[in-house]
Design a protein around this ligand. Structure first.
Ligand SMILES: [Zn+2]
Length: 166
């Protein structure tokens, strides 16, 4: 008899597989292969305790990264949303879509490496602003005005002045 076990395997909990017969977690993998969709791995396993055999289907999921917003609310990190915001800031500016994609790729890698499971939205904003500034100052200002939500026009003008002076 074949038991099938579905397991969403998070990076954080690599040992979540349990034997369906005796709940033991130590097992031996007899055979592994990808399913046709390429996203799921099918493994034949043998329990190290009762020798029961079962099949597991594992899907790798990235642990979700939460963004803490200015008002304390949390929302899931959205790559699409960031790219949309950056494209808007770079409209009619000499910053290519490839550059924007590459920026967000780099940001994502950075966040997964050093941030925990939560990151302040201001940190993301600062990081992107710093890089955007090197590419295009107008795009930078547009992006900064959205992200920093300048409270007064004078604050905004000060930023512009500092930029044009440099
Ligand atoms: Zn077992």
């Amino acid at each position: 008899m074949t038991h099938q076990v579905w397991c969403v395997r998070f990076y954080l909990h690599p040992k979540c597989m349990k034997c369906p017969f005796c709940d033991n977690v130590e097992d031996k993998v007899l055979e592994s292969r990808e399913t046709d969709d390429g996203e799921t791995i099918r493994r034949r396993r043998e329990c190290g305790s009762c020798r029961g055999r079962f099949t597991s289907y594992e899907r790798i999921e990235e642990r979700p990264l939460l963004v803490i917003k200015r008002d304390g609310r949390r929302e899931q990190f959205s790559r699409e949303k960031l790219i949309k915001g950056l494209l808007r800031a770079c409209e009619k500016r000499p910053v290519s879509a490839e550059t924007i994609e590459a920026l967000v790729d780099e940001l994502e890698r950075e966040l997964h490496r050093e941030a925990g499971r939560e990151v302040m939205s201001s940190k993301i904003g600062d990081w992107l602003m710093e890089r955007l500034q090197a590419h295009d100052k107008v795009a930078y200002i547009r992006f900064a005005s959205v992200y920093r939500k300048f409270e007064h026009v004078s604050e905004f003008l000060k930023e512009v002045k500092e930029l044009t002076a440099s």
